[in-house]
Write a protein of this length. Structure first.
Lengths: 384, 105
């Protein structure tokens, strides 16, 4: 099931551009800015980079090597990645394996997109053959409809209210209010959440991420090659694609690998200090808490009510506010949980820094098929 | 649509279905879609468990309860790039037509 432990790989640096509602630059330029900032954070130079993993929904007509050229990188290891939510975890896993194997010494993983609303609409209507043939013609293209259907079924099957799901959004927006990069930088109350206008009922405005433009990057190398001794270690990762047979699935994949993944990282679930869970919708945060084994199916909302997952609690959940606060810039979305996990391990969290973070988990889902997410993954990192 | 989800047999044939089923989930699209659907909101999308035993995402009409029996009709929509008939489901016992009053989810 793709569980892999890593021996020598660390994250030497990272960067996250703020998500902007308007496209401020084209995609190659956004990727270039993210890579430059990540290398500066890592105290490494462009000339030292010899590997590149890249993802974006708007790379065309460019391919990975054209992006290497746009970034000014000469590489001997080149890995195009899926642009969906799991792409960042897949990129980090591939890079960590390559570093362990000696295939490359300094690898940059980058994802991002320059998106306006017309481009986004076109990408979503043409997202896959299944979407183009069966969903786009009836106005059911990704992503709101698929998750609205999942949420309607979940709410009725487990007798969960909007208010209970809304706890995720209220908690994350409180964390986002301490994040200078947040596009939605204000906290919200439960009354705000419940009073928000419907988008695709049962999804309302504060269930949906704000789309925009941006890019993020991380730099991965061997521990002894990293200039900063506090560079977090990548301990283990897992990914799984196309497990669920159809959209009646209750298991998207995390439950198939979480125990071996914790074992490969050499930790117990209770050792995790921060959980950075991909939050395209609040329901999916609850879903991940359940499949990652923090609670039983259908009890994510109750777990959230009975446990303090704020910055003061343990584990702390989506410490930067997640995409619900930061926004979603295409392929940069998958980097939100990864970058925040690494940021917390570096101790760079500023007003939202949790004290004494030893272990962090980043988790994500992505790439909608016929009404269900097809890809899931998770990555565990530890303090350097 | 790929191989059979239960046995992974991959040489599939088109087959006619009865056009009846039970409602598994529904949602109501009210905003957040571009043209031409932005002119058509609100509309209902439902997940139907067809009598033949598979799940189908479709347009639906009117107030649907979970577990309710529904049946297929066809609806003309102005989908780009040309108008076409798409599957639409409504309560099996009703004579509801498009444009009838829709109730909130």
């Amino acid at each position: 099931m793709g569980v892999r432990s890593f021996e020598t790989a660390v994250v030497a640096g990272y960067a996250e551009l703020p998500v902007t509602k308007r496209a401020v630059a084209d995609t190659p330029e956004l990727l270039r800015r993210a890579v430059s900032a990540a290398l500066e954070h890592a105290q490494l130079t462009r000339a030292e980079v010899d590997g590149l993993a890249v993802a974006g929904f708007t790379l065309a007509p460019d391919h990975a090597v054209h992006i290497a050229r746009a970034l000014g990188l000469t590489v001997k290891w080149l890995a195009p990645q899926e642009p969906g939510g799991v792409g960042a975890i897949s990129a980090c896993m591939a890079a960590a394996r390559a570093i362990d194997a000696g295939d490359a010494e300094v690898i940059v993983c980058v994802g991002g997109d320059s998106l306006d609303s017309t481009t986004l609409e076109r990408i979503m209507a043409d997202f896959s053959t299944e979407v183009a043939n069966w969903l786009a013609p009836i106005g059911a293209h990704p992503a709101n409809v698929a998750f609205a259907l999942l949420q309607d079924r979940y709410m009725n099957e487990f007798d969960v209210s909007r208010e209970e799901i809304g706890r995720v959004a209220v908690l994350q927006r409180a964390n986002g209010a301490r994040n200078p990069l947040a596009l939605l930088s204000d906290a919200i109350t439960m009354d705000d959440y419940l009073a928000a206008p419907p988008v695709v009922a049962p999804l309302h405005l504060f269930d949906c991420v704000q789309p925009g433009s941006g890019a993020s990057a991380v730099v991965i190398c061997q521990a002894d090659r990293a200039p900063r001794p506090e560079s977090p270690r990548l301990l283990a990762g897992a990914e799984l694609h196309n497990l669920a047979s159809d959209l009646s699935a209750r298991t998207l994949g995390w439950s198939a690998f979480i125990e071996p993944l914790l074992g490969a990282a050499g930790i117990r679930r209770g050792d995790l200090d921060v959980l950075e869970l991909y939050d395209d919708y609040p329901l999916m945060v609850l879903w991940q808490l359940e499949e990652l084994g923090f609670c039983k199916p259908g009890t994510g909302a109750r777990f959230l009510r009975e446990h303090d997952l704020s910055l003061e609690g343990s584990p702390s959940l989506n410490t930067g506010g997640g995409m619900l606060a930061i926004g979603q810039a295409g392929a940069a979305g998958g980097y939100v949980p990864v970058v925040e996990a690494i940021r917390q391990l570096f101790g760079d969290g500023g007003a939202r820094q949790k004290t004494s973070v030893e272990y962090a988990l980043a988790s994500a889902l992505g790439m909608l098929g016929y009404g269900l997410p097809l890809s899931v993954g998770a990555l565990i990192a530890g303090r350097g | 649509m790929g191989p059979c989800p239960s046995c992974r047999h991959d040489e599939l044939e088109w087959a006619e279905v009865a056009g009846t089923g039970l409602v598994v989930a529904r949602c109501k699209v009210q905003r957040g879609v571009g043209p031409p659907f932005s002119d058509e909101v609100p509309y209902v999308i439902a997940l139907i468990n067809l009598a033949e035993g598979f799940l189908f995402i479709t347009r639906a009409l009117g107030e649907l309860s979970l577990g309710e029996r529904v049946r297929l009709q066809w609806a003309e929509i102005q989908a780009t790039p040309w108008p076409c008939a798409v599957p639409d489901f409504s309560p099996a016992h009703s004579k509801a037509t498009r444009g009838s009053k829709e109730t909130p989810l």
